[in-house]
Write a protein that binds this ligand. Sequence first.
Ligand code: 13P
Ligand code: SF4
Length: 315
Amino acid sequence: TMLDLDYKRKVVALKEQKNAVILAHNYQLPEVQDVADFIGDSLALSKNAATTDADVIVFCGVHFMAETASILCPEKKVLIPDLEAGCSLASTINVHELQAWKAEHPDAVVVSYVNTTADVKALSDYCCTSSNAVKVVNSIPRDREVLFLPDLFLGSYVAEVTKRKNMYIWPGECHVHAGIKADDINKMLATFKNADFLVHPECSCTSSAMYHMSKGDLAKTGHILSTEGMMKHARASDAKQFVVATETGILYRMQKENPDKEFIPIKRDAVCKYMKKITLEKVYNSLAHNVYEVKVPKDVADRARLAIDRMLAIS
Ligand code: 13P
Ligand code: SF4
């Protein structure tokens, strides 16, 4: 719309003026992706935040991601355009619950998925994302117990791939991905026989996808990937059709970068309302008024940074 164009022009001008960079997650609205300097998954966004020479980072994603950016560059101003952009998965565990869990397993190594609050990361030994969770867990000596949190489906996937028996998994879930079920895969398999299936490991259908991958239906065409892994696969694969099992925001970028291929959402209503809180108008407002600053207290940030740095050293 005309209004969008107007905001787009203003955002581009303000960005220059303030030496700001706009980072956007793959699930962001199309018009927000269009003004971003960089789009990616949680890992790529943290790496980008760690190395940017901008003074201001406008983080278009959810709150824990902006916290991660603030932890990695404490001297920069990190802004989130709407403080209500939370995450149902990150809110399934708090510091008190983690402390109690650790007390039950005092010798365990704690691996926290990046979808956690900064204070939960500060109580963790390692951070991980969906693209490096297997690598991170594999780097831990096999005789050590592992507490993996907070995602049950990602955790079960990692336990299955690493064949670890001494891994305890927190029963958290993301409401969007938990809603993508085994039946959704079965329905799509019947219709799209030659398509590649791209499945995010937060989906409750992950174990079903793995079953099909081992049994044959998806032996060559099934792939469990982070959102950026999906982007790379979409580019590299010779397939013409892709069934995409994750939040639907990623389809905009996939289609834009691969105009000759067809991308089919496994579930049209797999939409994260938190990601969609960030609108172009709010991005403008954020830049214009320096709101809303996300700052992690130094003692928490210093401890959380250790867990993130241990992850970055491995991936
Ligand atoms: P990735 O982009 O790291 O795969 O994470 C997806 C996610 O659920 C973030 O909300
Ligand atoms: Fe959190 Fe799920 Fe939204 Fe990702 S899609 S931000 S995990 S609620």
